[in-house]
Design a protein around this ligand. Structure first.
Ligand code: GTP
Length: 317
């Protein structure tokens, strides 16, 4: 049975991403002018997913006006809103009730960028007759992640964030769950898939398969990672900077190191922007020098401002 349904987990508080997440949920933060969630939706669509439920909680009201019923994106989108956050497992259980199809479900953490093939992950899930398949990747330092031990293609232990990880193979945040597994998650309770569901499945010898893929993967969990994601995407297209529609950069300004200039933003004479993300309609005055700095949509930066690793305009009113 092919996989045509997906759930995107987009309800977290994004505390590590503050102050960018004070008024925008992390998955809605723009990456080259489009929400991280939109990049994921388009990837899911390309792999044959036809319906997606966004599992929202924190700032849920920001998603609905942007994505609507999904018509604009050529995919059916609906929303499962948690009044109080249900955790990753509780969110999956809650969101699955909104899906029309009854087959296996692809589940995405809302803050992961990857080049792995969803189609290959689906084929692997089927060839393994798995109950659940996790996309895994290998990293030099696994301490901040969920780490697995494998036997062949099957996962034998799952250890969430530990000081001395037994391997460097980590949970890369994209799963396929058979419906029976989702139905076993208690309804209306706070449940973590990482801390509860995965260990419980392994304890009862369920078939939890590990799809290891070492192509590009990035956990966009903090501002530094968002700058890196922006730079990686720009450099992958052979450029050093990118501009949204209607933006203007004075010919004497230097904009490089994977900086993104939002639509309708203005960069004035003599300014230097290194690895910066400038929001839509922002205005950067003359002779400004910014490095690894975020400027919120619509903000004005006074001439001669110098800043490194700063955030302008992200505090709530
Ligand atoms: P931090 O607060 O910085 O840890 O970020 P986060 O809240 O996004 O948590 P984390 O990165 O661990 O979450 C992984 C993914 O699951 C993210 O895409 C979150 O949006 C999502 N998520 C985490 N908790 C919940 C929840 O309770 N409900 C829903 N719907 N999604 C969640």
């Amino acid at each position: 049975m092919t996989v045509t349904s997906a759930i995107l987990l987009v309800g977290g508080m994004g505390t590590r991403m503050q102050p960018l997440t004070l008024t925008t949920p992390k998955p809605m933060l723009p990456l080259l002018g489009k929400p991280i969630t939109e990049h994921q939706i388009m990837k899911a669509k390309e792999a044959g997913i036809t319906e997606i439920v966004l599992a929202t909680s924190y700032l849920s009201e920001i998603f609905i006006p942007y994505f609507g019923n999904g018509e604009k994106f050529g995919i059916k989108i609906s929303y499962a809103v948690e009044e109080s956050a249900l955790g990753t497992g509780g969110a999956i259980r809650n969101a699955a009730a909104h899906l029309q199809g009854g087959g296996p479900v692809m589940i995405f953490n809302g803050d992961v960028l990857s080049n792995h093939s969803l189609t290959d992950q689906i084929a692997f899930h089927q060839s393994q007759s798995a109950d659940v398949t996790l996309y895994l990747t290998q990293v030099p330092d696994a301490r901040a992640f969920g780490v697995v031990e494998m036997e062949g293609d099957l996962i034998k232990t799952f250890n969430e964030k530990m000081e001395t990880p037994p391997t460097n193979i980590i949970n890369a945040g994209c799963y396929i769950f058979n419906r029976t597994v989702i139905d076993e998650i208690p309804e209306g309770h706070v449940v973590s898939v990482e801390r509860e569901t995965f260990p419980a499945l392994l304890a009862r010898n369920a078939r939890v398969a590990g799809f290891i893929d070492n192509s590009y993967w990035l956990d966009v969990g903090n501002p530094g990672a968002l700058l890196k994601a922006t730079r990686d995407l720009i450099e992958a297209s052979g450029h050093t900077m990118a501009q949204g529609k209607g933006s203007s950069v004075d010919p004497t300004a230097v904009v490089d190191q994977g900086s993104y200039i939002g639509a309708k933003a203005t960069i004035r004479a003599g300014s230097q922007l290194h690895q910066c993300v400038i929001g839509e309609g922002a205005s950067i005055g003359e002779n400004v020098a910014l490095t690894r700095t975020f400027v919120a949509a619509g903000s004005r930066i006074e001439p001669n401002t110098v800043a490194i690793d700063q955030f302008f305009g992200f505090s709530p009113e």
